[in-house]
Every structure is written in structure tokens, then in C-alpha cells.
Design a protein. Structure first.
Length: 307
């Protein structure tokens, strides 16, 4: 009874957090939808944020809702196709979140470089390929995770096998053969490449902003009405998103590794680790919203257009 009440309490907590995250991401998508309908031209960074927000929302739904339903006691609500589809969507959106964050970090690092720098030519080229790059990211992760449905045989109540790992609402083949190791290496290599690029671009960007702030320090000192300098505001957007994403990604990676190689109960079934895993798509939209100048520009872009 105590275990059931604990699961129910955690399910309520997760559901409330997931609801907040979905609403936050939906508000960002709604904001860009209004911009498009009112004829606004979206900047390349906005296109990346659109894809990042969509991936965040789908990740929350595909990963959080089944776990919450399981905590509420509905353990057998997905059939074989449902399990394959929900896990496949989660794996795609998880990879796409990483790719979009990497793309956003690299794009910002290129665009904030001075006009006379060697990046000027690259800056014009990158702007043209942001849209196709985002679409390519979805296609790549669709292909990279094509084997995922084969490893998800269906609900845990259909069959019992020692090679299956059970995690609440579906099951997972926990094989440790050479093919699985190579497949995991491919996934880890692509993720590691994105993480490396994101880290390098973020460090480069923060370093450039810091140097620029020191160069124009006398300007900011003369303008006392500026509570937060543009450089600080940009850094406050970059650093929280990167740090939260890395922490969330590490927990997600631990869960995936345990789910792949363990044949017994693991951290996958612990809801508190799930919350840490999905904290990025919950927090991300509110970090983005907080950096928009006024709340009226979110829901009434036509008003700011008239100014």
C-alpha cells in the first residue's frame, strides 16, 4: 500500500511538471505561429528554436506521459505497436534536442563574431543552410534509431524472458552482443560529437562576450540605466541552457545504458531520475521566454509590429 501511495504521489508530481513543460513549449510554438500568420520573417535562430521546442514537447509527451500512467497504476495501456512507437519517438526527439542545442550554440558563436573576423564569409553561408540543417537532423535521427523498435517487443505482460528488461509500461531487449555494442558506439559517437561542438562553441561565445564587455566597459558605466548589459543577457541565456542540458543528457545516458545492458530493475524505473532526465525540456521554454523583452511581444506580436 505504501509503495502504491508513493507511486501515486510521484505520478502526480511528474504529471504536474510535465504539464508545465508542455504548456511552456506550446507557448513558444504558439508565439512563432502568430509571427508566421502575421507575416513576420523568422530569423535563422528562430528556426532552430522552433525545432528545439517541438522536439522538447514530443520528448516530454513520449517519455513522461507513459511513466506517469504507470505510476498511476495503468501498466498495460500500451500494446506492441504503441510501445515500439512511443520509445522510437522518444529516441528521435532526444537526439534531435541534442542536435538542435548544438546547432543553436554553434550558430550563435558564429553570428556574434565581429564583422571583420574570418568568420564573416561563413556567417552568410550558415544563415542559408539553417532550415535544411534542421530538417536533415530529423532525417538523420530517424535513421540512427531505426533499430529501436526491434528492441522493444511490447508490454511486459505478454511474455517473460531473461533477456528482457522491464520498466513499468514496456519492455526492452537487454542483449550485450557485439552488434549492440557497435550500435551503441555509433549513437554515442554522434552524441559525443554534438556535445563537443556545443561545449567548444559555448566556451568560445562566453569568452568573446566577456572580452567585448571589458572593451566597452566605459560605455556601460556611462549608461547607468542599463541594469543588465547585452553581453550579460546573452550569457545568461547560453549558460543555463547548456548546463541544464548537459546534466539532463547525462542522466538520460545513464538510463539508456542501464536499460540496454541490465537484466533486472534499474534506475529506469525510478521516477525521480526520470524527472532529472526531462528537466531540460521543462525549463528550456521559460529560459527562452524570460529573454524576450516584453510579454506583449509573445502573444501580441502585431502590436509590436505597429511601433
Amino acid at each position: 500500500v505504501k509503495m502504491a501511495s508513493d507511486n501515486l504521489a510521484m505520478g502526480i508530481f511528474l504529471f504536474s511538471q510535465i504539464t508545465v513543460g508542455v504548456l511552456g513549449n506550446s507557448s513558444i510554438l504558439f508565439y512563432y505561429l502568430i509571427l508566421i500568420l502575421t507575416g513576420r520573417h523568422l530569423m535563422p535562430k528562430d528556426l532552430i528554436i522552433e525545432h528545439l521546442t517541438l522536439a522538447n514537447g514530443l520528448s516530454l509527451i513520449s517519455r513522461g506521459i507513459p511513466r506517469t500512467m504507470s505510476d498511476f497504476g495503468f501498466k498495460y495501456f500500451l500494446d506492441d505497436v504503441g510501445c515500439k512507437l512511443i520509445v522510437y519517438i522518444y529516441r528521435i526527439t532526444r537526439g534531435m534536442c541534442l542536435y538542435a542545442m548544438c546547432l543553436l550554440s554553434c550558430f550563435q558563436a558564429i553570428t556574434i563574431n565581429p564583422s571583420n573576423s574570418r568568420w564573416m564569409t561563413l556567417k552568410h553561408r550558415v544563415t542559408k543552410y539553417i532550415g535544411p540543417s534542421c530538417s536533415l537532423g530529423w532525417i538523420v535521427h530517424l535513421i540512427l534509431n531505426i533499430l529501436t523498435p526491434a528492441r522493444v517487443p511490447g508490454p511486459i505482460y505478454n511474455k517473460n524472458a531473461t533477456s528482457r528488461m522491464k520498466y513499468g509500461y514496456c519492455s526492452w531487449f537487454a542483449s550485450g552482443n557485439v552488434a549492440t555494442a557497435l550500435y551503441m558506439f555509433l549513437l554515442c559517437f554522434s552524441d559525443g560529437l554534438c556535445l563537443g561542438l556545443m561545449a567548444c562553441s559555448s566556451v568560445s561565445m562566453v569568452s568573446l562576450l566577456y572580452r567585448h564587455k571589458r572593451q566597452v566597459k566605459y560605455i556601460h558605466s556611462a549608461q547607468n540605466f542599463l541594469k543588465v548589459s547585452p553581453e550579460d543577457r546573452a550569457a545568461q541565456t547560453i549558460l543555463p541552457l547548456v548546463c541544464i542540458f548537459v546534466i539532463s543528457y547525462l542522466f538520460s545516458s545513464i538510463v539508456v545504458i542501464f536499460a540496454t545492458y541490465s537484466k533486472g530493475p534499474t534506475l529506469w524505473g525510478v521516477s525521480v531520475f526520470l524527472f532529472l532526465e526531462i528537466c531540460f525540456p521543462i525549463v528550456c521554454p521559460f529560459v527562452l521566454i524570460s529573454n524576450i523583452k516584453s510579454s506583449s511581444s509573445i502573444f501580441l506580436p502585431c502590436c509590436s509590429r505597429k511601433k
